[in-house]
Ligand binder design. Structure first.
Ligand code: AMP
Ligand code: MG
Length: 492
């Protein structure tokens, strides 16, 4: 019984300097922790076979499936503003690409599968905790409707990895519409390899942006479209309270998916300055700073593409600037439209921006929980006698009352009835997010007690984030003061 992967490997067909051919390092005794059954089916893979001992060996890098052409991709990147000309997949190996049920090409990559020529001083491995964190949060993001890489499987390797202490080792099978990053472009640009930049750009256009191929200036249109997708992604992050934590250029996907879940986390009470990552001491990647950082990263991409725009450098720069100027427009439009949806507004008025901002300001001042405020506000759409749950989220409930009076005046001008507004609001304001204390509890139980029941339960509740699940309603609750997790750590 062999596991069949219908691989078609286009990245491995690019020139040899785009990657290093390297196979995963076999591990002693792999054990399947989780297989994402529906995702396997969507990818055209047989989940029964993947869950078999042979499938587990593949997911652990112990056995190579037929048709795989395993590579570690080369890339560079700005890490916290400092340029590193060579990073690359130091602990990830791309097995190959498959076409999913929607006709979209997907990379299948093992993360934590052993050293590669890009490992530098790293061991090429991953610990169980970060693998579970990425599994939970990426799948939660997908269920929330946010573009993201997916998690196909998690296996334990049976070996320990040495971090500050010895930890159980694990491998995540990650699925992405591609693993091409801003840093991939930087790798070639930093070497003055304009032909490499062009070949990469052509590959990206064919794979992710085919509609730009026939435009008058395809590379300029490519930059515009990457910018638009990132701007829309960043709006989605802010609207859901997500903090990536390590928005380096090597963690910025060209396809517009959320990628490289490290010390990421969701905000509990609303505070635009929220930072979780232990290594982000200056708050460079704080919640509200994220759009600015995305633009900074896209500016690095634009610099790489300049030689493709025009031989006239001034002309090339002005083309890049005009594309970058669109970021703010696309981001603001997406963010404001999203806020209007969160407030249950069906029409747009200029004053809506101030209405939304005043709620956010009141939430910040009153330590109101971000997710629950909008969820309970959805119920308050039925009328003031449904206010009690949302108003008690505010340190000073009067701050809510004042704002709610204005909100009701505004919604009263629209023809939709209260029930319609509530339904529309509940469809965009989730009740369940991967709260940090829950994620930490999952990791603690798995790592210290080999207990995966909490992991399974959290995945279940997060698979339907917009539906009330009365039996699991405790998962909607913010942490008690003693449960609050203030810092998250990188996967390395
Ligand atoms: P990250 O912070 O996970 O985005 O990783 C940044 C860079 O460090 C990438 O080039 C990774 O491949 C590399 N890296 C991270 N952890 C390890 C590890 N344990 N072994 C080898 N390389 C690693
Ligand atoms: Mg990374």
């Amino acid at each position: 019984m062999t596991v069949h992967f219908p691989f078609e490997n286009t990245y491995a067909a690019l020139p040899a300097n785009f990657f290093a051919r390297v196979a995963p390092t076999p591990v002693t005794s792999p054990r399947l922790i989780k297989l994402n059954w529906p995702l396997a089916v969507h990818l055209g893979l047989d989940p029964d076979r993947l869950a078999s001992p042979e499938g587990t060996e593949i997911l652990a890098g112990k056995r190579l499936p037929d048709g795989a052409d395993p590579i570690a991709m080369a890339y560079a990147g700005h890490q916290f503003g400092h340029f590193v000309p060579q990073l690359g997949d130091g602990r990830a190996i791309l097995l190959g690409e498959v076409i999913d049920a929607d006709g979209i090409r997907r990379d299948i990559q093992l993360k934590g599968s052993g050293p590669t020529p890009f490992s530098r001083r790293g061991d090429g491995r991953a610990a169980l905790g970060p693998v579970l964190r990425e599994y939970v949060i990426s799948e939660a993001m997908a269920a929330l409707g946010i573009p993201t890489t997916r998690s196909l499987a998690a296996v334990m390797t049976g070996e320990s990895v040495l971090r500050e202490t010895a930890l159980p080792g694990a491998i995540l099978t990650r699925v992405a519409s591609s693993h091409i990053r801003v840093g991939t472009f930087q790798y070639f640009a930093a070497r003055g390899d304009t032909e490499g930049v062009r070949q990469l750009a052509d590959h990206v256009i064919a794979r992710h942006y085919p509609e730009v191929a026939t435009t008058e200036r395809p590379y300029h249109a490519l930059l515009q479209d990457v910018i638009a997708r990132q701007a829309e992604l960043l709006a989605r992050w802010l609207l859901i309270g997500f903090i990536h934590g390590v928005m380096n250029t090597d963690n910025t996907s060209i396809s517009g998916e959320t990628i490289d879940y490290g010390p990421c986390a969701f905000m509990d009470h609303y505070d635009p300055a929220t930072v979780f990552s232990s290594i982000d001491e200056l708050g460079r990647y704080a919640y509200a700073n994220q759009p600015r950082i995305a633009l900074w990263n896209l500016t690095r991409l634009a610099e790489c593409l300049l030689p493709l725009f025009s031989e006239d450098q001034e002309k090339a720069i002005s083309e890049a600037q005009s594309a970058l100027a669109e970021f703010a427009e696309v981001f603001n439009a997406a963010y404001q439209a999203g806020l209007r949806r969160k407030l249950g507004l069906f029409t747009a008025r200029e004053s809506d921006q101030a209405l939304a901002q005043d709620l956010l300001d009141a939430m910040a001042k009153n330590q109101a929980d971000f997710t629950l405020t909008f969820r309970k506000l959805s119920d308050a759409a039925l009328g003031p006698d449904h206010d009690s749950e949302v108003r008690q989220l505010f340190g000073d409930p009067a701050a809510y009352d004042e704002w709610a009076a204005r909100w009701r005046q505004r919604t009263a001008d629209e023809p939709q009835d209260a029930a319609t507004r509530r339904t529309a609001m509940r469809a965009v304001n989730p009740v369940f997010i991967p709260r940090n204390h829950r994620v930490e509890a999952v990791i603690e139980a798995a790592v210290n007690r080999d207990d995966f029941a909490l992991f399974e339960e959290l995945l279940t509740v997060l698979s339907k984030p917009y539906e009330d699940q009365p039996a699991l309603s405790a998962y909607a609750e913010p942490p008690q003061p003693h449960q609050r997790v203030l810092q998250t750590f990188c996967g390395t």
